[in-house]
Ligand binder design. Structure first.
Ligand code: C2O
Length: 537
């Protein structure tokens, strides 16, 4: 591979959406941010210079970071954030991955505006396991607030209640015609008739799973989280924050119209408030001759999407994903497991401080937890503490795990919804094969949780049937509301790796934990020392 250099200047930029101009942190003045393009096997070197007043770090979501944990990016996990006026060089090699991923800020809620695509092309002279597309187009969903998102989350954490919901969803940064004064800001995908397009779809929204569809067209899903899957066709797809998926879109040879609408809107099963709006974009045919049909956008049909709480669609759709699992792209599913864990994920609460009124459940503060531990962010980075053997006062290695289900969450919710707080990690010997059965507790609000693991892909083995042949390999899995998921992975990447809900609000409330994967005995399994420019806290 080659080395590809990028420079990310984090700088303020004025952006107008919904008739509202806001000064937002951007990368190089772009919103959404620039795309990183590399081939499998390439080294990527990105110098991030922080020219805003916030502390910032950037995460290369889904990049495995084999032996390069210092470049992973989550603030206070693998690095202290980059302070204003400082810079840090992220340096990693893309090994064994091809497809679409994303990068985003990984401190506070800065990822609301700091995000962009990562496009990983196959190794030179190799091809896709599907017909070569005529063109490739990233489609990245986001969420827009008229207010400053840092203020939104700070207020929520202070009052203990749910944060204000977003004002719009966006496709490639554009809210489109269903929103107030946004008709001129609409994403348009221009296509030719009778061709195949590869859409690289990314959900960078902050707090919402999204359905997506294009009127009168279908998608063939070919990849998920930068791993090929057995192709399948669908009219609608669901994508959780942190997930990416490549789909083939075959355009009509003889379309009866010039324009068709595409739309995305949330999937939500909880009880709280959420942004219940729909973002619309345009698929526009360019004909070789001048002929085109006259149709106003208002006369076009918004594609039919499942109901907001369309759980059965989601279960059915998720079940269709299977690894390609052929000779060239095998699915290396651990057939046996050294360690089995049972983790609950869900919401809970923390006591309201004296002399304060809190807007969370029953006057408490909202919290979220894994195995009832709500993660307390340390003030130095876990990886630094681990590497220098100075865990004292930073973390403890007593993350709880139950061999069996502690109690039945599917019945009446318990009266006590209080969580415990702490910076607890789970330590794994190098190369341990791990199974985690995840249960969504739904104690407070039956919401699904898109759980994301850093440093690894895992296999989603169905908790009922334990498919060990061709389970889908991903980095983010939607644990269904009130339901179960089971994952397996081999702990072959030493370092400190956070696992968390990719709804930013749940992340802020503590739905996260960290694994420490120990070094092996061989020199190539020893963590390299931290780069000299690693930010200080
Ligand atoms: Cu996409 Cu820890 O994040």
């Amino acid at each position: 591979g080659v080395t590809r250099h990028y420079k990310f200047n984090i700088e303020l930029h004025n952006v107008t959406r919904l008739c509202h101009t806001k000064t937002i942190p951007t990368v190089n003045g772009k919103f959404p941010g620039p795309r990183i393009v590399a081939r499998e096997g390439d080294r990527v070197v990105i110098k991030v210079v922080n020219n805003v007043s916030n502390n910032v770090s950037i995460h290369w979501h889904g990049v495995r970071q084999l032996m390069s944990g210092w470049a992973d990016g989550p603030a206070y996990v693998t690095q202290c954030p980059i302070q204003s006026g400082q810079s840090y060089v992220y340096n990693f090699t893309i090994i064994g991955q091809r497809g679409t991923l994303l990068w985003h800020a990984h401190s506070s809620w800065l990822r609301a505006t700091l995000y962009g695509p990562i496009v990983i092309l196959p190794i030179k002279n190799s091809s896709y396991p599907f017909p070569k597309p005529h063109k490739e187009v990233p489609i990245i969903f986001g969420e827009w607030w008229n207010a400053n998102t840092e203020t939104v989350i700070e207020q929520a954490l202070q009052t203990g209640g749910g944060p204000n919901v977003s004002d719009a969803y966006t496709i490639n940064g554009f809210p489109g015609p269903t929103y107030n004064c946004s008709a001129n800001g609409t994403f348009k995908l221009k296509v030719k008739p009778g061709k195949t397009y590869l859409l690289r779809i990314i959900n960078a929204a902050v707090n919402d799973d999204l359905f997506f569809s294009i009127s009168n067209h279908t998608f063939t899903i070919v990849e998920a989280d930068a791993v090929y899957v057995k192709p399948f066709e669908t009219g609608v797809l669901l994508i959780t924050p942190g997930q990416t998926t490549n789909v083939l879109l075959k355009t009509k040879p003889n379309p009866t119209n010039t324009t068709f609408l595409m739309a995305a809107r949330p999937y939500f099963t909880g009880q709280g408030t959420f942004d219940n709006s729909t973002v619309v974009g345009i698929l526009e045919y360019k004909f070789p001759s001048k002929k085109s049909f006259n149709s106003s956008i208002a006369s076009l049909q918004i594609p039919t999407l499942p109901p907001i709480n369309g759980t059965s669609f989601v279960a059915n759709f998720s079940n269709k994903f299977r690894s390609l699992a052929n000779a060239q792209f095998p699915a290396n599913v651990p057939q046996t497991v050294d360690k089995k864990f049972f983790f609950t994920v869900g919401l809970g609460s923390n006591p309201c401080p004296r002399n304060q009124t809190c807007q969370g459940p029953n006057g408490t503060k909202f919290a979220a937890s894994i195995n009832n531990i709500s993660f307390t962010t340390p003030t130095t980075a876990l990886l630094q503490a681990y590497f220098s053997s100075q865990s004292n006062g930073v973390y403890t290695s007593d993350f709880p795990s139950y061999p069996i289900m502690p109690f039945n969450y599917t019945g009446t919710p318990p009266n006590n919804t209080m969580v415990a707080n702490g910076t607890k990690v789970m330590v794994l010997p190098f190369n341990t094969t791990v199974e985690v059965v995840l249960q969504d507790t739904s104690i407070l609000g039956a919401e699904s949780h898109p759980l994301h693991l850093h440093g690894y892909n895992f296999f989603v083995v169905d908790p009922q049937n334990f498919n060990l042949v061709d389970p889908v390999e991903r980095n983010t899995i939607g644990v269904p509301s009130g339901g179960w998921a089971a994952i397996r992975f081999r702990a072959d990447n030493p370092g400190v790796w956070v696992m968390h809900c990719h709804f930013e609000v749940h992340f802020s409330w503590g739905l996260k934990m960290a694994w420490i994967v120990l070094n092996g005995n061989l020199p190539n399994q020893k963590l390299p020392p931290p780069p000299s420019d690693l930010p200080k806290c």
